[in-house]
Design a protein around this ligand. Structure first.
Ligand code: FO1
Length: 312
């Protein structure tokens, strides 16, 4: 496999499959996941961290695989009762999921998000480190033809229907990387940094927007991305729609161009054309669709093998 430590940069639903693949093929102490928190927001007084929670549920086997977020076998009594008394019902909070948000919000009065998540992960039996990109608040804001919308208003309430014009990450300039993220990137044994096939514009860019993190990525170990648009199609979610709205070609070459200066290599899909990629990148090709545990492990191994090759 690969000797040394691995850092995964990831969002939620799109990245969770590769996260599971890496967790399956690496020893827990080899892997740190640095997770987007630009989607985090305060709702009904509760602090919600969707991408972190998606990883917590995915890696502990509690996730609803069909929906992609939240817990399997969830009940919705809270939402029904909330609706009855006129509460905001555009964002679904399952009864069991609610425990995570209530406890996180309660503990945030005196603790850092990264410490709380480390504790949740340990209690859910997850040995891999899950680290928020920052303990400081960063809020993804989407400028659309309907005006500027906070991320969850755009993504969930408006189902990504407004035409996207640009994205900004409020608070990112002043955000410091979470200590665990910096420590993982400064580890002398670091062998690979993998960029998950999450939405580049909404899930990975917020991580890269945290100033100290972007700097800490450079020159440490090969950075390898996995395409989120195999064969020019997004597997799930709005990546393809957003790319079209930004006037970009929906293809892996556009993603490689977007990550220029950040990545050293890219795992493209067998359906992609390597000839269209920017020169100078390490490239390997695979079937990148991850339907099964075997697929997830294969894509993880492919990305790690490319990083190992680029390290030599
Ligand atoms: N996504 C939805 O499309 N609708 C929801 O009602 C919703 C609720 C929700 C609650 C907790 C949580 O952790 C995630 C939730 N998500 C929901 C998913 C999430 O908001 C997005 O998929 C991510 O932010 C994008 O990565």
């Amino acid at each position: 496999m690969i000797d040394g430590k691995v850092v995964l940069l990831t969002g939620g639903v799109g990245g969770a499959k590769l996260a599971r693949g890496l967790a399956a093929v690496l020893a827990p102490e080899q892997l740190t996941m640095v997770v987007n928190t630009g989607d985090d927001f305060t709702h009904l007084g509760l602090r919600i961290s969707p991408d972190i929670d998606t990883l917590l549920y995915s890696l502990s086997g509690l996730s609803d695989e069909e929906r992609g977020w939240g817990r399997a076998g969830e009940s919705w009594n809270f939402m029904a009762a909330l609706r009855q008394i006129g509460g905001a019902d555009w964002f679904q909070l399952g009864d069991a999921d609610l425990a995570l948000h209530v406890e996180r919000t309660h503990r945030l009065a005196g603790e850092r998000l990264s410490a709380i998540i480390a504790d949740f992960a340990a209690r859910l039996g997850i040995a891999t480190r899950i680290v928020p990109m920052s303990d400081d608040p960063v809020a993804t804001m989407v400028l659309t033809d309907e005006g500027e919308l906070p991320f969850q208003r755009y993504f969930v309430a408006r189902r990504c229907e407004p035409r996207l014009q640009s994205v900004r990450f409020a608070g990112a300039d002043a955000a410091r990387p979470a200590p665990g993220a910096l420590a993982a990137l400064a580890d002398p044994d670091l062998a690979a940094i993998i960029v998950a096939p999450s939405n580049p514009y909404l899930s990975i860019d917020p991580i890269l927007a945290v100033p100290g993190l972007a700097a800490a990525l450079r020159g440490r170990a090969p950075v390898v991305a996995v395409t989120p648009v195999p064969g020019g199609e997004a597997v799930k979610g709005p990546t393809a729609k957003i790319m079209r709205e930004l006037g970009l070609g929906v293809e892996t070459a556009t993603i490689a161009q977007h990550y220029r200066g950040v990545i050293d290599g890219i795992v493209i899909d067998d359906k992609d054309d390597a000839a269209t990629l920017p020169p100078g990148l390490g490239v390997t090709s695979s079937d990148t669709l991850m339907r099964s545990a075997g697929d997830r492990a294969r894509v993880a191994t492919t990305a790690l093998a490319l990083a190992a090759r680029l390290r030599r």
